[in-house]
Design a protein around this ligand. Structure first.
Ligand SMILES: *[C@@H]1O[C@H](CO)[C@@H](O)[C@H](O)[C@H]1NC(C)=O
Ligand SMILES: *[C@@H]1O[C@H](CO)[C@@H](O)[C@H](O)[C@H]1NC(C)=O
Ligand SMILES: *[C@@H]1O[C@H](CO)[C@@H](O)[C@H](O)[C@H]1NC(C)=O
Length: 369
């Protein structure tokens, strides 16, 4: 009897201990949710993420949510003239403080979202590869509420609790469906945004290689655009190209052996990287005038959007946000993700760590060696 009681207590104690040490993960990981069409979306796909309060916005978006205060978290990546980015709700926000709650900013006014203000996009290149579509470019990030100079980070449908960054963020595309009017959900995607640059990659699950998680790998968040999504966009130029597939992110050949790079823990220095990615061959790149691509945006004001409340106080007033800032400092690395890791914000959009603050070299690797 006594022995039974003691062992029960020990079991309970050890179960509690294990629970306390195991980072809570979402029972329905965002990347595993499948919706056949936007019409199938619930109001919120991740209403109650286990670690981080509740989903900030919503996934049902329509004409009543088509305004510059929209909290729509369903976005579209179709073509150079028709895509969205994730950006903060309030002006002057940092990505690392708001990654769990970004909202959709689009070139179109038909998705029930905010619109990217006219002139914010300064250059963009679309690479249409067999297994992914990648849009890289230059942006006045203050016009989508990102603080001037913020080196930003990676957003993707994972995060340490698997509810995504933003939590509940859903992406649709017509780029792989064979019809401009058929939108298919893209379960794997990532967006690096910061330092006036961005790269947005979508990986459909019906690509020929059937490797959406590989092409949209989410565990190299400290390496930025060039290592995750190699491309060579030019500031001031808008073009859409056919492209070969990139090598899988992090996979490289050394001394005849194929190796896979693993990013060190956030607490360790990145050190020298053992390889340099190759920009895949591209062709058939007609240039466009931004005025032709984004004519509808000309009338969208670049005045600060959202409420006039500064970002930090707004974040503090959001349920669960006080822990959100720190706990999400490591946007997307899964595996060893530790919710208590001190914010390091090593993830800058195009470079490694702080190197991306050097303007003009964001897409190159000059500073890596
Ligand atoms: C429009 O979207 C809002 C916000 O998600 C939702 O509450 C409302 O029910 C939607 N309206 C229709 C007609 O679907
Ligand atoms: C599909 O969309 C693309 C880009 O938005 C456009 O160039 C093309 O003409 C469209 N195709 C059809 C059949 O409407
Ligand atoms: C891109 O060009 C614009 C306009 O010249 C400039 O203001 C911006 O700083 C450039 N962006 C980067 C990252 O160099």
């Amino acid at each position: 009897m006594g022995g039974y009681a003691v062992s029960t207590i020990l079991t309970l104690v050890s179960a509690t201990y294990v629970l306390a040490l195991t980072p809570a993960i979402e029972p329905t990981p965002l990347a595993s949710l499948h919706f056949n069409s936007p019409a199938d979306l619930p109001y919120q796909v991740e209403p109650s993420p286990v670690l981080r309060g509740s989903q900030f916005g919503y996934n049902i978006c329509n004409s009543t949510t088509q305004n510059q205060q929209s909290l729509c978290q369903t976005m579209y990546v179709n073509h150079l003239d028709d895509f969205c980015l994730w950006g903060p709700d309030k002006p002057n926000s940092k990505i690392q403080d708001t990654e769990g709650e970004e909202v959709a900013w689009c070139t179109s006014n038909k998705y029930g979202t905010r619109q990217i203000p006219g002139g914010a996009l300064q250059g963009a290149q679309l690479l249409r590869a067999p297994d992914y579509t990648l849009i890289s470019g230059f942006i006045d990030q203050t016009q989508v509420n990102i603080q001037d100079g913020d080196s930003g980070g990676e957003l993707d449908p994972h995060g340490q609790d698997l509810a995504g960054n933003p939590m509940g963020g859903i992406v649709f595309s017509n780029a792989f469906s064979g019809s401009n009017t058929t939108y298919q959900q893209v379960p794997e995607w990532n967006l690096f945004i910061g330092s006036g640059t961005f790269c947005l990659k979508i990986c459909p699950d019906n690509g020929p290689a059937k490797n959406s998680a590989g092409f949209c790998r989410n565990t190299l968040d400290r390496l930025g655009c060039f290592y995750n999504s190699p491309a060579n966009p030019q500031n001031g130029t808008f073009e859409a190209c056919d492209s070969a597939n990139m090598d899988l992110p992090g996979v490289y050949v050394a001394n005849g052996q194929t190796l896979t790079y693993t990013q060190p823990a956030e607490s360790s220095p990145l050190g020298a990287l053992p390889y340099t990615p190759t920009v895949p061959a591209s062709s058939n790149c007609p240039p466009f005038a931004s005025t032709a691509l984004y004519a509808a945006l000309a009338s969208v004001s670049s005045a600060p959007q959202g409420s006039s409340t500064p970002a930090p106080s707004s974040a503090a007033s959001t349920s669960g946000a006080s822990s959100r800032g720190a706990s999400t400092s490591k946007p997307s690395s899964s595996g060893s993700a530790n919710p208590t890791t001190t914010p390091a914000n090593g993830a800058s959009a195009f470079g490694v760590s702080l190197a991306a603050t050097i303007a003009g070299v964001v897409f190159s690797v000059t500073f890596l060696s």
